[in-house]
Design a protein around this ligand. Structure first.
Ligand SMILES: Cc1cc2nc3c(=O)[nH]c(=O)nc-3n(C[C@H](O)[C@H](O)[C@H](O)COP(=O)(O)OP(=O)(O)OC[C@H]3O[C@@H](n4cnc5c(N)ncnc54)[C@H](O)[C@@H]3O)c2cc1C
Ligand code: SF4
Length: 479
């Protein structure tokens, strides 16, 4: 274990952050890793509680409790405390294919369930994970390890987000020949074109793709399966197919004025921003926020990423509408440990808005009622009411030159069901496949990640990719 009584004597410390006034002028990562001595101190806080809830990885009360990939957290905490970094990396690599993504962008449900957090602050698990993987890359421990033998079985993975990458990695390690098909021009899924570089810099994604290529995985980009190449053709060539195509069908608002120019889905806006930064592709009029009054509809993380992006692009103002109220400062009675704590926090984009615009951009219980346009058919204003109080006096008008719709995703794209002839789940528009065999109604076609569970998290996508790979391997054994 860490240090006896460490959790009582040492205060929690997280990864530091660059000053908002400085970081809004660039697109680099906003976090700063902890120094080695601080990481050791934080690892010393792990109390070896005996029943590490940090590892359980279950859905509790509609949230995630514990680490979905069951990282061996108390073990690597102890190894870090003792300075055994290589051993800590080896433990981490057993369960997590891509710690360099999770340690930067995971909401850390592990920490919400940490036993120390029951009475005081939880262990800084995510910061320790970050220190281990950073050290592993610095020391040259993360090297390509192609399998010694090939099985002769061929598998097609469709989609190169974290689910597809984890699935491909696991299958390749076993010795199967894996080809990943990606319709975009660059692998990575939402890691590449959705999540802004302030959270995950794109060279970190490219570095992992290169490693996977060197281990023998074939990436075929700009291949839209079902379009560029037929599903029947794939079935002839491959022994199994794994759908990891994400949950890219956005939710929309169906209100008067929705057809006006200047109202975009959040993903269109974020993708354009990422492409501009990667390739210098010019931002078209409505794809950028410079000099504009921006309204983000949707109080979640995608909305937050839109706020941070709009600030960096030089918006005149930004407001984010949430459907729900402000979260409490402490856990409420119906949100006890070890559930993920639904408590108020001021995350990176909000700190930046306070710095630049002098105000937290979040507005609560806001119900958008109508978009109003100018004489050129471009959005000019929004009219809102209140979800809390449907009284007419709550009606408010907001200036808007750019409106970003970030109210989440419905599920899998409609095409997936037709192209692959797979059935949808009875409750949601996602591909039906049970969470044990990951098999769809089509023999030899599997599904994992957001396309199966609905829009979720990187860490769940990794878990699903790993489990689906094990299921595919079993299926091939049984053939
Ligand atoms: C803006 C934004 C910010 C987020 N931030 C975070 C965060 O901070 N932390 C976190 O944990 N999660 C975050 N998420 C969620 C996380 O990114 C997703 O849960 C995760 O990427 C899902 O992985 P996936 O592999 O299932 O799908 P995706 O990452 O969506 O990848 C699917 C891939 O399949 C490809 N594809 C689809 N159809 C085809 C086809 N027919 N042929 C070939 N290729 C195809 C797509 O082009 C895409 O590249 C965020 C999501 C968004 C939208
Ligand atoms: S992957 Fe996420 S939940 Fe798991 S240990 Fe890392 S930060 Fe915690």
């Amino acid at each position: 274990m860490g240090q006896l009584m460490g959790f009582l004597n040492i205060e929690k410390q997280n990864q530091k952050e660059r000053k908002p006034s400085e970081r809004i002028h660039d697109w680099n990562e906003y976090k700063i890793p902890l120094a080695e001595k601080d990481v050791k101190n934080q690892a010393a806080r792990c109390m070896d509680c005996g029943t590490p809830y940090c590892q359980i990885g279950v859905q509790l009360n509609r949230g995630t409790a514990g680490c979905p990939i069951h990282n061996l957290i108390p073990e690597w905490n102890d190894l870090v405390y003792r300075g055994l970094w290589k051993e800590a990396y080896d433990r981490l690599a057993k369960t997590n294919n891509f710690p360099e993504f999770t340690s930067k962008a995971c909401p850390a449900p592990c920490e919400g369930s940490c036993t120390a957090g029951f009475i005081s602050d939880p262990v800084s698990i995510k910061s320790i994970e970050r220190a281990i993987i950073d050290r592993a890359f610095e020391e040259g421990w993360v090297v390509p390890k192609p399998p010694k033998k090939r099985t002769g079985k061929k598998i097609a993975v469709i989609g190169s987000g974290p689910a597809g990458l984890a699935c491909a990695d696991q299958l390749n390690k076993i010795g199967h020949e894996v080809t990943v098909f990606e319709r975009s021009d660059r692998p990575g899924g939402l890691l590449m074109y959705g999540i802004p570089s302030m959270k995950i810099e794109k060279d970190v994604v490219d570095r992992r793709i290169r490693l996977l290529e060197e281990e023998g995985i074939i990436f075929k980009t700009k291949v839209d399966v079902g379009n560029t190449i037929g599903v029947e053709e794939l079935k002839q060539t491959f022994d199994a197919i794994v759908l990891c195509t994400g949950a890219g069908k956005p939710r929309d608002v169906h209100l008067e004025g929705r057809e006006l120019a200047g109202i975009l889905p959040a993903m269109q806006y974020l993708t354009a921003s990422n492409r501009h930064l990667l390739y210098g592709e010019p931002l078209k009029g409505d794809d950028q926020a410079k000099g504009k009054h921006v309204i983000v509809i949707g109080g979640g993380d995608t909305g937050e990423d839109c706020v941070a992006t709009a600030i960096r692009q030089g918006c005149k103002s930004v407001v984010q509408f949430g459907k729900h109220g402000r979260l409490p400062d402490q856990r409420s009675e119906n949100n006890p440990w070890p559930e993920h704590p639904n408590v108020f926090s001021v995350d990176y984009a909000y700190e930046e808005a306070v710095e630049v615009l002098g105000k937290d951009p979040r507005e609560y219980y806001v119900e958008t009622k109508q978009f109003v346009g100018d004489e050129n058919g471009h959005v000019r204003e929004l009219i809102t009411g209140s979800f809390k109080n449907h009284n007419e006096t709550e009606r408010k008008t907001w200036k808007a030159d750019l409106v970003l719709i970030a109210i989440g995703f419905q599920g899998a794209e409609d095409r997936v069901f037709e192209d692959f002839n797979v059935v949808r789940s009875s409750s949601r528009p996602v591909v039906k496949a049970d969470p044990f065999r990951y098999q769809t109604n089509q023999p030899g076609i599997f599904a994992a990640g957001d396309v199966r569970r609905g829009a979720s998290l990187i860490v769940w996508a990794i878990e699903e990719g790993r489990k689906a790979a094990a299921a595919v391997d079993l299926y091939l054994d049984e053939q």
